[in-house]
Design a protein around this ligand. Structure first.
Ligand SMILES: [Zn+2]
Length: 199
């Protein structure tokens, strides 16, 4: 029922396996809020590939407060559209035969699509299936967590992942990647000029 639980559990096992302190684990789980920087967790288990991006909202839209005008409302819609365009965010090897399942986006202010933008939303709180997020306290910063789930016909062919997020979100300057596959674990730091890593 609660598929969202799956990734954190896998990541927890990953960090325990690495023998990292709980402090590091907590930091990785919540992410250090630094504008221009985001974190990407990539977990391949059997045919299932889960990619989770944790980013300050500023990286995606250039502000971190409730939208105050049409330009900012449009920026939220556009960011949602770009995040949902998984093929632009990530380039997976064609040989792996990965198909996108569902995409989940959690944001302090809903990142709508054009189709849903006109629908009344309970901003600034956002509701997801089964749970609700409280509006951010203090209002100085806000983080977005986007999760993409793929099913891959030939997961062993998934040897490389290319990230298109830098083209989609030019304010993003650095992406810290942690990945776990049957081949092992690893980490990478990506930039607009070095945007691919081996799995
Ligand atoms: Zn911030």
């Amino acid at each position: 029922m609660h598929a969202n639980l799956r990734l954190p559990l896998i990541l927890l096992a990953f960090f325990i396996a690495l023998g990292l302190s709980s402090g590091v684990c907590a930091q990785a789980a919540h992410g250090a809020h630094e504008h221009g920087v985001a974190e990407l967790a990539v977990v391949l288990e059997g045919p299932e590939l889960v990619v989770e991006l944790s980013s300050p909202l500023d990286n995606l839209v250039g502000f971190e407060h409730a939208p105050a005008n049409d330009v900012q409302r449009a920026a939220l819609v556009e960011a949602g559209r770009r995040l949902r365009d998984a093929g632009a965010m990530f380039v997976l090897p064609a040989a792996a035969g990965c198909r996108l399942g569902d995409t989940d986006i959690e944001s302090p202010w809903p990142l709508g699509t054009a189709a849903t933008a006109s629908r009344p939303t309970p901003a600034p709180a956002s509701a997801h299936a089964g749970h609700t997020h409280a509006p951010p306290v203090g209002g100085d910063h806000g983080d977005v967590v986007a999760t993409w789930r793929f099913t891959c016909a030939q997961p062993q062919a998934l040897e490389r992942l290319e990230v298109g997020a830098f083209r989609q979100f030019p304010r993003l300057r650095k992406l810290r990647v942690e990945h776990v596959t049957a081949r092992g674990q690893g980490a990478a730091v990506l930039t607009p000029r070095a945007f691919a890593f081996a799995l």
